[in-house]
Design a protein around this ligand. Structure first.
Ligand code: FMN
Length: 363
């Protein structure tokens, strides 16, 4: 199993949902970057269970410890290791899942692959694994702030409720103004009511997280195999429950003609080039073009629901299963910091790769 990603900015996450804890080793962070424990904790608090009535009620403080790589608030250039201890596990909620596979969860596939699985809590397939990603994402954001890059994620759609969000102007303050993390206040209210109703039914719903990276200079990303949208797509699709990825106008481009779809260039009075539209989502030929990088990630409805469904036992006998325990009725609000983290991790890697390629030369 690959638990590592990135070339120059490389992260390795570890830990099971019901094990001792979860964490990450971040390798390749340049020295003397300001690393704030408070900032890392703030990002983890946005991911934390129990933060509102519409997420899982598992009670985890998710308090992070930095074990290495940081001195007096500055990175040392050595591996940064971070740990979060697991605090609130109720293994009995998973008793039935020892012998039965949850529909659309990872239980069956893990058993087929490994012949063994951490049945209690879902092991590595649990969203708890993303603690390490979000902590690493905070380090990536600290590197990116040196380049003037700002990343904002937001809930754009839940089930059939579509919000109106302008990626050019959306702010973290707007996103954090409500527990849904939807910057459109009216739609946020509708979504909140809808998730509450679905939770009471014992059902679940999915939706779309949007994310914008503003201030990325032209030139990041590698042509061919490591095209920026390919790396972003892989990183975001590696998140649990993420089943779709789009950049710019994405699948919508198929409805347009070239005349409509092309992003026409223009130069401002200082000769700075930009495009009149941004259907490319800030990436052309796999390389950033200086426009905001805009992506969308589709998350499916949470697999574990409190309703009876058909399944099979580990002995392959037909049966039924009804979920128990504390699950997210909708993963979207907590997925926002996870998507931001994955975008930041990819961009930090490509920022370092571009700096390494230029190696002191200027274009
Ligand atoms: C923020 C977040 C929270 C999640 N919470 C749950 C949960 O409470 N219960 C559950 O069954 N799945 C949850 N998931 C999704 C599962 O981890 C995921 O669906 C499962 O591992 C199967 O992987 P796949 O959906 O990527 O195929 C969550 C995902 C995210 C992003």
């Amino acid at each position: 199993m690959s638990s590592s990603t990135g070339r120059l900015f490389r992260i390795t996450t570890w830990g099971e949902s019901h094990g001792g804890g979860v964490g990450v080793v971040v390798d390749g962070c340049p020295p003397r970057i300001a690393i704030s424990l408070e900032q890392i904790q703030l990002e983890l608090d946005r991911r934390r269970p129990g933060q509102s009535s519409i997420v899982t009620q598992r009670k985890e403080s998710d308090t992070v410890d930095i074990l290495s790589g940081v001195l007096d608030g500055l990175s040392l250039g050595t591996p940064i290791s971070m740990v979060v201890r697991n605090e609130d596990q109720r293994s009995r909620d998973y008793d039935e899942m020892r012998d039965k596979y949850r529909p659309s969860h990872a239980d069956y596939a893990y058993d087929e692959k490994y012949g063994i699985r951490a049945w209690s809590g879902g092991g590595r397939s649990s969203a708890r694994e993303t603690v390490g990603r979000v902590a690493a994402g905070a380090v990536a954001k600290a590197i990116l702030s040196r380049f003037g890059v700002e990343i904002v994620g937001y809930v754009e759609k839940v089930h059939h409720i579509l919000a109106s969000v302008d990626p050019n102007t959306v702010s973290m303050v707007d996103v954090e103004s409500n527990v849904v993390r939807c910057p459109d206040p009216q739609k946020a209210e509708e979504i909140l009511t809808h998730i509450e109703a679905i939770r009471k039914e014992g059902n679940s719903i999915g939706g779309i997280v949007g994310c914008v990276a503003r201030g990325v200079p032209a030139g990041w990303g590698e042509p061919v195999f490591d095209k920026l949208e390919a790396d972003l797509g892989k990183a975001v699709l590696s998140l649990p429950a993420c089943k779709g990825f789009e950049i710019g106008a994405g699948f919508g481009l198929t409805d347009l003609t070239g005349l409509q779809a092309n992003d026409e260039f223009e130069a401002d009075e200082n000769g700075v080039v930009r495009t009149r539209s941004n259907n490319s989502g800030g990436v052309q030929g796999g390389i950033s073009n200086g426009m905001p990088i805009v992506i969308r990630a589709a998350f499916k409805p949470t697999a574990t629901i409190m309703m009876e469904q058909h399944t099979v036992t580990t002995e392959h006998n037909n049966t039924t299963i009804k979920g128990r325990g504390r699950h997210d009725p909708c993963v979207l609000p907590r997925a926002v910091p996870m998507v931001e983290a994955m975008v930041a991790i990819v961009l930090a890697d490509h920022a370092l790769r571009q700096s390494a390629m230029l190696c002191g030369t200027s274009t």
